[in-house]
Design a protein around this ligand. Sequence first.
Ligand code: FES
Ligand code: MG
Length: 582
Amino acid sequence: MTEDRAERPEGPRGMRGNLTNYGDAGFALFLRKAFIKGAGYTDDALDRTVVGIVNTGSGFNPCHGNAPQLIEAVRRGVLLAGALPVEFPTISLHESFAQPTSMFLRNLMSMDTEEMINALPVDAVVLIGGCDKTVPAQLMGAASANKPAIQLVTGSMLTGAYRGARVGACTDCRAFWGRHRGGELDEAEMAEVNGSLVGSVGTCSVAGTASTMACVAEAMGIALPGSATPPAVTADRMRVAELTGRRAAELAAEGLTVDRILTPEAIENALRVLLAVGGSTNAIVHLAAVAGRLGYTLDLDRFDRMSRDTPVLVDLKPAGRHYMEDLHKAGGVPRLLREIRDLLHLDALTVTGRTLGEELDRSPEPFEQDVIRPRSAPVYPLGGIAVLRGNLAPNGAIIKQAAADQDLMEHRGRAVVFEDSADLAARIDDPDLDVEADDVLVLRNIGPVGAPGMPEAGYIPIPRKLALQGVRDMVRVSDGRMSGTAAGTVVLHVSPEAAVGGPLRHVRTGDTVRLSVRDRVIELEVPEEELRRRAEEAPAAPPLPARGYRRLYVEQVTQAEEGCDFRFLRSETDRGAVPADP
Ligand code: FES
Ligand code: MG
């Protein structure tokens, strides 16, 4: 037991757990039971192990629109195991309903999750999450609270159809919007597309952040085997929920805490799966944050070395062709893990109480399918994400190489600089904008401190005048993030960010920027002396909001490579770097 983890007595305590401090424990329990009996409970119910169910349903979160059905199924599982299920709410975050950005609110949700797990008499918790920031927030909070916990994702939405073609959020949202900007589709057609993209409740149907984190959670062993991929509205999803509830009750009895599951080996397995899925770049930030809660520091260079021998095997949009429901039918994460078995730590313990290797031995025999490729015929021969460094990003930057234009991966071009999102919005469609197809679009002040909250604005749109000429991709560089559903030659997470004085702050329109994914370089071809002069002329002036959560955020948020967590939320104990040096 380390000091930064909550002290906990042995075994399930049920309603006797986490008593409010009235100085008289007997009275505190008497009072608690009196209150909850107002909801009609018997002593028999209240004398049992308590499994908390974290309800993140919200009218503003269609990605969690199946929360009521999931909760019912989890409750059934808990009851079948003889324990008492009790649901409670936390903040819910949906990507489109989280101004200024869901990332800004992720840490708040993690604090809510941690503190409610600590506050309530729960012997174990089922974390129902799904939309992009929710699973990271729950894993961060649960890691810090360190009670027995199990992740249950809401599952992906069904695909829709537009004029006979299958479509899904949100890679196709972007593709159609790009075509609209290019003049191919008019307003009426776009209205029709708008009603087709999201086929049901559930999370985005491609390898975006939600799908990536679902796969990663399963690979880490914090969610049940086979639980990542069943779509939100299917019988499989409800069965997974029931099994999760049942297992949560057992976890409580066994006292299997999160720190025994989320080990360095589990985090490495997660990184492998992130690469093999061709998953969202956001997951690297989230995994750095989760690792930090457990005392580990993510080493980007070692992660990059891992990327060189981990092929992308899952043929999902945006890098590939298929959707999450196809991945499920193809055998889901267990099938993928079998394919990269030699790259995994098979002795990592999972929430089932068995090791990952034991779970893979029990998983269904592989069958013919075309979503999860064999090692001999990968979607992309290297990992989905590469780490870049250079004088423009001394602390690192990343690129989703599997989703980039292979002709732009070695590129030298003239920088066209946008000061911030407002400047970009004001000028990107200006017919007089001085920009050519082989220029490099640079956007700054969209980092963790700069925006704040590091919005997914790094997917800079192609200037309209070039889009109309048929230009579909350009090299783009920023200190922001990009949605996992987006594709293109987009350099992200440049660190340190411009707002805290990173070199990105000093790029000027007309400078030459060099990108070499092969050499892992992102460089500004300006003499060091000149860069120093520019830095002296324009010292960093980070924003300092007057009050509230925004003030806390800007003062405490770390850079991308540290997970954009708050400094005070990291574990106090330094347990070293992950992944281990290969
Ligand atoms: Fe919720 Fe994409 S918006 S998963
Ligand atoms: Mg997203």
